[in-house]
Design a protein around this ligand. Structure first.
Ligand SMILES: Cc1ncc(COP(=O)(O)OP(=O)(O)O)c(N)n1
Ligand SMILES: Cc1nc(C(=O)O)sc1CCOP(=O)(O)O
Ligand SMILES: [Mg+2]
Length: 213
């Protein structure tokens, strides 16, 4: 029997920093994982071997915490570690092929930047969520395109969770949640904060009472 539709995921979507030391990475993630709805493993500076080691270690942490693990860019790595999902940008492969490879239950995210036509195509290809950004200047990605909050409202038409990313902190997240973001994806606003646990908690609380930040 079919029950009611599952509620859309909401909250803090943590994305890992380029941390070369796996022990340090786990220590940094452990401090904040309890506040996360999802965790993305992203390391743009690591070798394939190190990414495999780190993704496998995070697989165990996320399973223990009940937090879905999403791997950035790399379908083979997502499959190898049994990740719950995969995030794909414009240079990372075809979302439809990823859906076919990972199955109906996989969380497949697609970067849409500031481009609603791209969001329409991603939806048709079987995306699970649509990511827009960058909403603010970011030090975590070079040449990030800029997006405005109106995109989040416009993207409601596809009925998929909308993710906002790029330079987001607890101080600037509120208007994005009010504009329709279901998840706020953050690297520096948590992992570069003086107190990462407090920063993660503040970001998560933006979803306790939308509009009250
Ligand atoms: C949630 C989320 N949104 C956007 C991105 C960026 O993806 P992409 O444009 O492929 O850039 P890289 O992250 O690969 O540098 C993301 N990773 N996660
Ligand atoms: C990985 C990434 N993608 C972006 C996009 O706009 O698609 S912005 C970005 C960097 C996010 O890191 P921070 O929270 O430190 O700004
Ligand atoms: Mg990518």
């Amino acid at each position: 029997m079919n029950g009611p539709p599952a509620p859309s995921p909401r909250g803090l979507y943590l994305v890992t920093p380029d941390e070369p030391d796996t022990t340090q990475l786990l220590r940094r993630v452990d401090a904040v994982l309890g506040e996360a709805t999802w965790l993305q493993y992203r390391n743009k500076a690591a070798s394939a071997d190190l990414r495999r080691e780190q993704a496998a270690a995070l697989r165990k942490r996320c399973s223990a915490a009940g937090v879905p693990l999403i791997v950035n860019d790399d379908l083979d790595l997502a499959r190898a570690v049994g990740a719950d999902g995969l995030h794909l940008g414009e240079d990372d492969g075809d979302p439809a092929a990823a859906r076919a490879a990972l199955g109906v239950d996989a969380i497949i995210g697609v970067s849409c930047y500031d481009d609603l036509a791209r969001a329409a195509r991603a939806t048709a290809a079987g995306a699970s969520y649509l990511a827009f950004g960058a909403f603010f200047p970011t030090r975590s990605k070079t040449a990030a395109r800029r997006a405005g909050p109106e995109l989040l409202g416009a993207a409601a038409r596809w009925g998929l969770p909308r993710v906002a990313i790029g330079g987001i902190t607890a101080d600037n997240a509120g208007p994005l949640v009010e504009a329709g973001a279901d998840l706020i994806a953050v690297i520096g606003g948590v992992f570069e904060a003086g107190d990462p646990a407090a920063a993660a908690r503040s970001l998560r609380r933006c979803f306790d009472a939308p509009g009250a930040t």
